[in-house]
Design a protein around this ligand. Structure first.
Ligand SMILES: *Cc1c(COP(=O)(O)O)cnc(C)c1O
Length: 345
């Protein structure tokens, strides 16, 4: 058994630990950390900084770029020539995976499910980009009763029988996605330090890999910051259980003596609304407010719902004027075009 190292550890040591995993270069880092003073004034609240992971530089950017640097790092190390993944038709993950595969010379297959009526059959937003970048797309209709996950596994088997070396990101290697957001936390802490700002909160549209990486990094380095997670779907309790699983596995892989309890996790499903991919009124208002005060675009599926939470907290006094808040912008902006019917009144 490998001896586990006690936390907290320093940031340099933390970086050394994540640096041991294979990684491919896909994005531009560090991403900017921009202050949003006009937005902050508009919500009458704390100082707000936006960590621009919407600007990772890979085909319109987003949080999957960091994750894919590790996930596809592993795929390349294992000699994969084909990547299969799947999600909703407007998936940012699938768009960034397609871009990464184009860049790395890997074949990519996407099994996508429509979650809403799409603009009269015209491919828009992320789905259009998948096409342009050469993904092999299988599209499942909304009411089609098929098991998407099983379709991915069946396709993998079929392609393996043809002699392909197939890799399915996030399948067994979710801890790598978590690790990529430990890096983001370290990067953000350095940027805050340079600005002489002590942040006490990070708001993020995730109760998953991104959230778990931030929490892990905070626990590992002892930074006095709370991460507040706003998932785009599902129930908070389930998300918390998944995060604990990811944190435990990541601690194991990094040989750190680290764990988190349910009570330490702040994840709320209060802003999900009617479900995944269905914009909320508050989310649309948040998107427009940030766009009109700072010229920064959010997305209708994830970040706008998290920002709706931040705005409520600022206006209710839950966040105080003396607080310093980082909003981690996880991307997703190409989806605005696929939601023109609800966003453009
Ligand atoms: C995928 C995605 C998230 C959630 O990321 P996790 O990996 O599940 O934490 C948040 N925001 C956007 C824009 C995304 O595309």
């Amino acid at each position: 058994m490998v001896e586990k190292v006690d936390v907290p550890i320093g940031r340099v040591t933390m970086r050394e630990l994540t640096g041991r995993f294979p990684r491919v270069d896909l994005g531009e880092f560090p991403t900017p950390l921009d202050e949003a003073p006009r937005f902050s004034e508009a919500v009458g609240g704390p100082r707000i900084f936006v960590k621009r992971d919407d600007l990772t530089g890979l085909a319109f950017g987003g949080n999957k770029t960091r994750q894919l640097e590790y996930l596809l790092g592993m795929a390349v190390e294992e000699g994969a020539d084909t990547v299969i993944t799947g999600a909703a038709a407007q998936s940012n993950m699938c768009r960034q995976t397609t871009a990464a595969c184009a860049k790395l010379g890997l074949d990519v297959h996407l099994v996508l499910r429509k979650v809403r009526g799409d603009l009269d059959g015209i491919r828009q937003g992320n789905l259009l980009l998948d096409d342009l970048m050469g993904a092999n797309v299988t599209l499942i209709e909304r009411d089609e009763g098929v098991d998407q996950r099983q379709m991915i596994l069946d396709l993998a088997q079929e392609l393996r029988q043809e002699g392909r070396k197939v890799y399915i990101p996030h399948h067994f290697d979710g801890y790598l996605a978590t690790i990529s957001y430990v890096d983001c936390l370290l990067e953000t802490l350095e940027q805050l330090e340079k600005k002489g700002v002590e942040a006490n909160y990070i708001y993020v549209a995730s109760g998953n890999f991104t959230y778990s990486g931030l929490v892990f990094g905070i626990k590992a380095t002892g930074a006095p910051i709370e991460v507040r997670g706003f998932p785009a779907a599902g129930v908070a309790e389930r998300a918390k259980c998944f995060v604990i699983q990811l944190v435990n596995e990541t601690a194991e892989r990094l040989s750190l003596d680290l764990s988190v309890s349910l009570e330490e996790l702040y994840i709320t499903d209060d802003y999900v609304g009617q479900g995944y991919g269905i914009p909320t009124q508050k989310g649309i208002a948040a998107l427009k407010l940030l766009a009109r005060t700072e010229g920064i675009l959010l997305d209708p599926v994830y970040t706008s719902k998290a920002m709706a939470g931040l705005i409520d907290h600022a206006r209710s006094g839950d966040l105080r004027p003396e607080d310093n808040v980082v909003f981690l912008h996880t991307g997703g902006t190409p989806a605005v075009f696929a939601y023109a019917d609800v966003l453009g009144e």
